[in-house]
Design a protein around this ligand. Sequence first.
Ligand code: NAD
Length: 472
Amino acid sequence: MSNRRDFIKTAGLASLGASIWGCTANNGTPDAYSLDHIRESSLKQHRQTFNMCGYAAPKIDTVRIACIGVGARGTVTLRRIRHIANIDIKAVCDVRTSHAEGGKKLLEGVFSPDVYTGVDDWKKICERNDIDLVYINTPWDMHVPMALFAMEHGKHVAVEVPAAQTVDECWQLVETSERTRMHCMMLENCCYGFFEMLTINMARQGFFGDLIHVEGAYIHDNFNSLFNKDGRWDLWRLKANRRTGNLYPTHGIGPVCQALGVNRGDKLDYLVSLSSADFSFEPKLKELAATDPDFKQFLNDSFRGNLNTTSIRTTKGRSMMIQHDFSSPRPYSRIHLISGTKGTAQEYPLPGRIALGHEWMTEDEIKEIEAQYTPEIIKHVGKMYSEVGEQDHGDYMSMIVNWRLIDCLRNGLPLDQDVYDAALWSVIIPLSVWSVANKSAPIDIPDFTCGKWQTNKEFDLTLNGGGTTKII
Ligand SMILES: NC(=O)c1ccc[n+]([C@@H]2O[C@H](COP(=O)([O-])OP(=O)(O)OC[C@H]3O[C@@H](n4cnc5c(N)ncnc54)[C@H](O)[C@@H]3O)[C@@H](O)[C@H]2O)c1
């Protein structure tokens, strides 16, 4: 796929070569993005060398962090995490000097990070011996090379969503994390939505009975941001939309997988995926290219269809529907529906609703349920984050995902989302691309736990052994 090769080159990542990508995408075949390779790599057998699910790394009293990528998300990340006690931000890195310097300025009076602006400087950061956690906020294609290099150099990794783009990359994350025993957590903030956490806990306590069907989505009309040349670096997200499938599955699938106990009691078996045609990119690009030559390069490209719908069956026979639409004028929705033999919950359209039969419960009845089932982590952090203010936390779910990661690292606790979740929730991207291109044919979903899903324990919702990190 030539656009990906150009991207790797311009991003200065070409030097990583085949050893990092585990394929030879930038110097020949097989191309990890090709349909044939997606199918072949999805069938490959792997062996687990160490189980990172439930793994507790040695405690780190003060977590020393390097932030790579200080764009839109990276900037809000810095604003947010500076409120977490017992961290030290040692380095900020962005190829756009003004962004890297801006990141340092944001932290003035709290931390004095070193600033890096070279295209390969993230490697120098990973090679430092005074950093515990590398936090990656860069464009999608850079996540895996950076995460692998960081783990190889003894650093835990926190990576923005989605963690990976190809099946090979997903396995590389898993195998490197197992071999190095470094955590690789994808920061799926939506798992910490209040309604999501509430319903995950309710599902675990049997409120819904046997779970039958779940739905999740990322339906967000953020189309115009894809064409903002002054915003996202190098129009990377527009370029990434040249694949057709579910390119952003993790906000939708993460919470419902947690509700079903996927990777911990159940596993995703196979998927089928269908995309509508593109009704928005082509006209928009024609309009822009008429006055702006920067957009002419896209006129011969085909783009993702507006809406992708992916259906998944789990090994225990539950069904799942995951949607993605970033380009149609629709109200925001992550759906978040859980349906069982006794009851149902559905978050969107807001407000979230719960039913034990044909009728949705009243507001008062839902308040009672919330009092009974809201997990400890939400009660604990919910109070703390509200003192930070929206301007700094960006969204409360991200505040919680950051706080929880640091608290787990400080207290030597296993992570709520491990490398197997990062790989599984991300692998929907290449597999949906393959299925869409093959008239919605089914494709098996790799078991990144190599069978351990049968015995892996649920992650902890109680805050046992943790909860000691303050928000300041
Ligand atoms: N979890 C969420 O809710 C959420 C929300 C928004 C974005 N994101 C994720 O955050 C990530 C970043 O998205 P964004 O919107 O901030 O994009 P962005 O373009 O605004 O930021 C990316 C930054 O990476 C920098 N960069 C590029 N090459 C680099 C290199 N070699 N070394 C260091 N820095 C480099 C760019 O200069 C840019 O500032 C994406 O993975 C996206 O999916 C997640």
